[in-house]
Design a binder for this molecule. Structure first.
Ligand code: SF4
Ligand code: ZN
Length: 737
């Protein structure tokens, strides 16, 4: 914290209190001590003082007490050499200043009763514009909007913009966000309200632009309004200052925009507002108060260009964009998730082994992206003929104060069910092996690829507002763009996968469940451990852990491992208990590290499916991208069709590509040394890791001993090759005991 701003604010507090003391003294010389004071038509007395201190100020004499209290709040003057390590004294000085402001305004009501208009609206004809304190009728009518969400909060603007045009621009941006704009104070005699009127902008409660008053003290009406709302709608008891301030911090999205030079009194007001959790964003070079603590984020941010004022304010206060409606021409919701797009209904598709289809979500800087921007680069549905295939890259960029790179895979994986929520559109797979099928019915109703972005933007805001502020989606349909995105995505997938590289299942007491896929495979429960990533490859243990943190009641629940029932097959009492519940009794137990004996359940998302090859005393695995025949007699699609419904099928198991080289991979069946066949492309893809893992197991050339389709696609064809190479599986215990 800057000592300078502390000094200014504390000085400001002193100035305000001394001024009010003088004014009250003179008033007491002019009027009787029991002269009534207060704001008109309110049951809340002077509302800031009443709500925070529990004091009812009804007469001039009653003012002495809160004023004395404010005087005592003032901290000792800060000398140049003093350190001020805590915000405390600064906040107290600010609070004192604000109490002073409220008393000052009450004295103005007493001494100049016609200064403020008694009505809800500005009287243009009479040239009167200042409305002063809102009465209880207005407060009830408007305050409820702060509770029901029709107004998220208010922007308190003090001072004046450099030009009327800028004032108009800023205010209209706030109006668009449904915020109230509370105006007070002037800059060399000019106010934002003057500027707006010059630009023919209507002001008054009706347009949510409220001209409270021309002085900085009038800013107190905004806080009085907020505190009355807390008492009236939040049920907070007067005098419970902690609750009042908390209520405002948590419930009212308010902040101050200081336009123009910030003097000591303004600095005191800004410091005072920090008590409410309302930060100040200024256009001038005032010292900032950046440490976060009381306000949601920074306390005072200086030097913000006018063009960024609105965005910065909304961001600093943590105002969340909510997207109520999903504006697409098709029905949308979980009801459509399990719906298929069959061959006869198909209009066009991307991925599925025919073209590249990649989805990739990456964190962005706040100023790097524009919330809600959805772009289709390349041909859209209108340019694609029925029956055509097209490459697709779905690039999602997300920014947020709370966003972490660790959350990327979690949001990225949401595309699966969210795209499936669109009626007539189907999504399978993940990462760079996604598959999107679009039905004729969807196209007839006007579906375009842009709708995918619209859905993702809206749902990310709805479901993950806590961690993100901005979502931008770009859909690429030109081959070269999709390739470029895919390369970038693969590097990220690799980094994500390797985050669990050095962890073992023994290291942790907790595994995580994943039941995201139950809408397609109702009995399917993935258990994800450090050494067994989800079979879709998109979720590893770290991801599930982060997902649980973001959404504690979501699809990724912690599972206490409990007693180790079989360390080799990988059976744990806690896991059994969990899957029994989560599969609604359909599955009682499964083995984590075996495909032969009670393997884990498999859903249609798996990257690979492993199968036994009894004549070779080994196993094979096939990845989704490989469309050819395999030695087990079934292609990937056939295997997925048979095994992918959520059952545990002894002899087969779905797994991720990464899992192949994880240490627990089919450990109970002899581990990776059992692997006798894989498609060549898969071997190439995981070559580096396969060589490393082979060497660890004493077979640095394991990769060459594993047959592929160039050797053969039947057990008979590959067996001589395995013998010739001396494949370790041939000398292992029989696969089936
Ligand atoms: Fe979760 Fe498993 Fe589905 Fe992946 S395959 S999303 S880990 S349930
Ligand atoms: Zn699945």
């Amino acid at each position: 914290m800057s000592r300078l701003v502390a000094f200014a604010a504390i000085q400001g507090g002193y100035n305000i209190i001394s001024k009010v003391e003088g004014r009250l003294k003179r008033a007491l010389e002019t009027y009787d001590a029991d002269t009534k004071v207060g704001f008109p038509n309110t049951a809340y007395f002077l509302p800031v003082i009443y709500s925070l201190l529990g004091l009812k100020v009804e007469t001039l004499e009653d003012m002495q007490k809160p004023l004395g209290f404010a005087r005592k709040l003032l901290p000792p003057h800060v000398k140049g050499h003093n350190h001020l390590p805590y915000l405390g004294p600064l906040l107290d000085a600010g609070m004192a200043g604000l109490i002073g402001f409220e008393l000052d305004e009450a004295l103005r009501y007493l001494e100049d009763p016609d200064f403020y208009l008694p009505s809800e609206d500005v009287d243009e004809d009479a040239g009167k514009i200042w409305l002063g304190a809102a009465d209880d009728t207005i407060m009830r009518k408007r305050g409820v909007e702060f509770v029901d969400g029709s107004a998220p909060g208010f922007a308190a603007i003090v001072g004046a913009a450099p030009t009327p045009e800028i004032a108009k621009e800023i205010v209209e941006e706030y109006q668009k966000r449904s915020l109230y704009i509370f105006c007070a104070a002037n800059q060399n005699g000019t106010t934002v309200i003057d500027q707006l009127r010059e630009m023919d902008v209507q002001v008054g409660w009706g347009t949510r632009i409220v001209p409270f008053g021309p002085d900085i003290s009038s800013a107190i009406f905004a806080l009085g309004f907020a505190n009355r709302a807390a008492m009236a709608f939040g049920g907070v008891t007067p005098g419970d200052h902690k609750k009042i301030l908390m209520y405002n911090k948590d419930r009212i999205f308010a902040f101050v925009n200081a336009l123009g030079d910030v003097n000591a009194e303004w600095a005191a007001a800004a410091a005072g507002c920090v008590n409410w959790g309302f930060p100040t964003i200024a256009d001038t070079d005032i010292p900032e108060i950046l440490p976060t603590g009381i306000c949601t984020y920074e306390h005072v941010v200086a030097n913000v260009p006018h063009s960024e004022m609105v965005q910065k304010s909304v961001e600093v206060r943590g105002l969340k964009t909510t997207v109520a409606e999903i504006d697409i021409p098709l029905a949308f919701g979980p009801a459509y998730e399990g719906e298929r797009v069959r061959g006869a209904d198909l209009y066009s598709q991307a991925g599925g082994g025919k073209t590249n289809c990649t989805e990739f979500l990456r964190m962005a800087e706040m100023n790097e992206i524009e919330d809600g921007k959805v772009t289709v680069v390349g041909p859209d549905i209108a340019d694609i003929n029925e029956g055509d295939t097209f490459p697709l890259g779905i690039f999602m960029q997300v920014a947020g104060r709370e966003f972490q790179e660790d959350f990327e895979p979690i949001l990225e994986r949401q595309t699966h069910h969210l795209i499936n929520y669109i009626q007539g559109v189907m999504h399978i797979g993940q990462r760079d092996i996604a598959w999107v099928r679009i039905s004729k019915a969807a196209v007839e109703k006007g579906f375009t690829l842009k709708d995918i972005g619209v859905v993702l933007h809206a749902k990310f805001h709805q479901d993950f507002n806590k961690i993100l502020d901005k979502v931008q989606v770009t859909l690429y349909t030109n081959q070269e763009d999709v390739e470029k995105l895919t390369t970038e995505a693969r590097a990220a997938y690799k980094r994500r996968d390797e985050r669990v590289e050095n962890m073992t299942d023994e290291d942790v007491e907790t595994f995580y469940s994943c039941t995201l896929c139950q809408s397609f495979a109702p009995t399917h429960v993935c258990t994800v451990s450090p050494e067994r990533t989800g079979l879709c490859g998109a979720y590893n243990w770290m991801d599930c852990k982060a997902s649980f943190e973001i959404n504690p009641t979501g699809p990724n629940q912690p599972i206490e491992k409990g007693e180790v029932l079989d360390p080799v097959l990988g059976q744990f009492a806690g896991v059994n208990e969990f899957i029994k519940k989560a599969s609604r009794g359909a599955i009682e137990s499964y083995n984590f590290y075996s495909m032969v004996v009670d393997p884990m359940t498999t859903c249609g998302c798996c990257e690979c499916i492993a199968a036994m090859l009894p004549s070779c005393n080994g196993v094979m695995t096939v990845n989704r991208e490989y469309a050819g025949e395999t030695p087990c007699g079934m292609k990937f699609t056939t295997l997925a069709g048979v095994m992918g419904g959520g059952a545990s099928s002894p002899g087969f198991v779905g797994h991720s590509k990464f899992n192949i080289t994880q240490k627990k991979f089919i450990l109970g069946d002899g581990g990776l040394l059992r692997m006798v066949w894989m498609p060549k492309s898969l071997k190439d893809e995981i070559k580096e890791r396969l060589e490393k893992r082979g060497a660890e197991l004493g077979h640095p050339d394991l990769i060459d001993k594993i047959a592929d389709e160039t050797v053969g696609i039947t057990e008979e064809e590959i067996l001589p090759y395995l013998q010739e190479k001396g494949h370790p599986a041939l000398s292992m215990d029989p696969l089936i005991g």
